[in-house]
Design a protein around this ligand. Structure first.
Ligand code: ACM
Length: 264
């Protein structure tokens, strides 16, 4: 399966300019079957006020940005996972949306909000869904979710082969090191699509990463350039959960010993 990411710098509050940037990068990834874009790709990240977060949000059913993504998916017959500043009624969610050649397929809403996101967004309420695209099972996490091993495990237990991870990472290097480890521990593929650039006091750390179930980093972008990567991955690797001839990543777990994890 040919998968990739677009590492770009969405323009805060200017969805049209962001779309033009993505459009210029697309010719570099012809032949992709699945692409991942950064977190909050329709709006930018570091809002000057809650008002700006709201003004730049969009509903899934009436989003300029998702209409554009849908047209790309239709034209190139591919799937895209993108971050979206999503408005639903009066509530804003930091969401990841899956779109295919026939349009919108589903979404995930970020469970673990980072720093000032807590001023603008409501934590997710949609669980951790897994979607079937052409017999590949896709899960989604968003940026700071990377810190919580529980959500990676749940997606893997639900059968995710590939976890798409739109991001706006700001702590240098931590997630980029952790992602291949989550890939190993769950024997899944992971695509982390980070952004680059600076907004106010935040500089984003790039180094978007594709990791295999063996923990191999098969693609990594630069820390600061807008760029794309496309690689061939073998989804069957995610279906083999044996880590030795006698150890199965799931069957060897001892959930009865883990009850502390679910205590609030
Ligand atoms: C982050 O969750 N955007 C750091």
């Amino acid at each position: 399966m040919k998968v990739g990411f677009i590492q770009t710098a969405p323009v805060l509050g200017d969805v049209d300019q962001t779309i033009r940037k993505i459009d210029r990068l697309l010719p570099h990834i012809r032949g992709a079957e699945l692409l991942v874009l950064p977190e909050l790709c329709n709006s930018g990240y570091n809002f000057e006020s809650p008002g700006q977060a709201r003004e730049t949000s969009e509903t899934v059913s009436d989003s300029v940005f998702l209409r554009y993504i849908g047209s790309v998916c239709r034209e190139h017959q591919l799937h895209i996972v993108t971050g979206l500043n999503e408005r639903d009624g009066d509530i804003l969610y930091n969401s990841a949306v899956l779109v295919g050649p026939d349009g919108y397929l589903g979404k995930y809403r970020k469970l673990h909000l980072y720093m000032n996101e807590k001023d603008n967004f409501t934590p997710g309420d949609l669980d951790l869904p897994v979607f079937d695209i052409n017999s590949c099972q896709i899960g989604m996490l968003i940026c700071f979710d990377w810190l919580f091993p529980e959500v990676w495990r749940i997606l893997a237990l639900k059968g995710a082969d590939l976890i798409c991870h739109p991001s706006n990472l700001v702590i240098p290097g931590l997630a980029q090191r952790a992602v291949p480890i989550h890939a190993i521990c769950n024997r899944v593929h992971v695509i982390t699509a980070n952004r680059v650039g600076t907004e106010g006091d935040l500089t984003f750390t790039g180094c978007s990463t594709i990791a295999t179930p063996n923990g191999e980093v098969v693609a990594q972008a630069s820390p600061s350039k807008e760029e794309t990567r496309l690689v061939d991955i073998d989804i069957s690797l995610s279906r083999d959960k044996m880590i030795t001839s006698r150890n199965h990543v799931f069957a060897d777990r001892r959930p009865e010993e883990y009850t502390l994890i679910t205590k609030t």
